[in-house]
Design a protein around this ligand. Structure first.
Ligand SMILES: [Fe+2]
Ligand SMILES: [Fe+2]
Length: 294
């Protein structure tokens, strides 16, 4: 069953598109000839991104559900349209990541354990109050937006990734930036509590870090790459070293915990415009994959 149906929504293209959050129907074609390791010919780092891909469908469903709890409280037409765009974008992200996960699994890079592991972590978060769940979602959306910005600005990272598989991540990153403020605006509407935002850090870290590490290690064991010391040390350094991909995201985190935080305080609009043009403009690299151009 595809993710659009699992999340239980029809894609509301028009509503989202009117406020700059268009759910783009894209169909990725995964090439059997693409390299087994999508990033830097390195198993350790590539499997990390495979785990992330496994995390996205259940994670994005959680994000959508945490907003849905409050959807009937939204009276403002603009925010309603933004929420529609957000739900539509996340539904399509989930669907395409499920397709990527099926492709990886068919190649022996099984993402199902990562999906099961993140579902367990998200189940713990789903025991919290609806408002705390939404606070956790705003934090995870902040993290995702920082990840997206890093991906779209880190030329060194992108030059080492397989260009075809990278497109899926670039499209996803662009749309994460386009809708980065939506869950936060809904949270503001239902009552933004600073202590809940602060609490979301240990809650999310405690619930999702163990599944992340366990899935990553499990995939490396299955792949046999955990015994390859050179691959392991290079992969860890690429992600978590001084200038590593994940390391460079972390300085964006403290802003979320300031009392007057809002995602739009960090302006990414020109970066978004640049990538909209690059991917979906007249000569856009992804124009041929896009089924519902606006
Ligand atoms: Fe997403
Ligand atoms: Fe998102």
């Amino acid at each position: 069953m595809n993710a659009v149906n699992r999340i239980g929504t029809k894609v509301r293209r028009l509503a989202g598109a009117t406020v700059g959050i268009p759910p783009r129907q894209v169909d990725f074609q995964f090439d059997e000839d693409s390299p087994r390791y999508m990033y830097a010919d390195n198993a350790t780092a590539s499997l990390f991104f495979a785990v992330l891909s496994g995390f996205f469908p259940p994670g994005e469903m959680f994000f959508v559900e945490s907003v849905r709890h409050y959807r009937d409280r939204i009276a403002d037409e603009k925010l309603k349209a933004q929420v529609s765009g957000f739900i539509g974008q996340e539904a399509i992200h989930s669907r395409e990541h499920e397709r990527l996960n099926a492709f990886l699994t068919a190649r022996g890079l099984d993402t199902a354990p990562a999906e099961r592991a993140v579902k367990a972590g998200l189940w713990l978060l789903s025991r919290l109050s609806h408002r705390q769940q939404l606070a956790c979602t705003t934090f995870m959306e902040h993290f995702t937006a920082a990840l997206a910005e890093q991906l779209l600005t880190d030329e060194a990272f992108r030059s080492q990734a397989d260009p075809e598989l990278l497109k899926l991540w670039e499209w996803h990153a662009l749309e994460e930036l386009e809708h980065k403020a939506v869950t936060y605006d809904v949270y503001n509407l239902v009552g933004n509590a600073w202590h809940q935002r602060v609490l979301s850090l240990p809650l999310v870290v405690a619930s999702l870090t163990p599944p992340l590490l366990a899935s990553w290690i499990w995939m490396m064991i299955r792949e046999g790459s955990i015994k390859d010391w050179r691959d392991l040390s290079r992969g860890v350094s690429l992600l978590l070293g001084r200038k590593g991909f994940v390391t460079r995201i972390l300085p964006h985190m403290p802003a979320f915990f300031t009392r007057r935080f809002h995602p739009d305080q960090h302006d990414t609009s020109s970066l978004e415009q640049e990538w909209r043009e690059k991917l979906f403009g007249k000569e856009g690299e992804m124009l041929s994959l896009w089924r519902n151009p606006i």
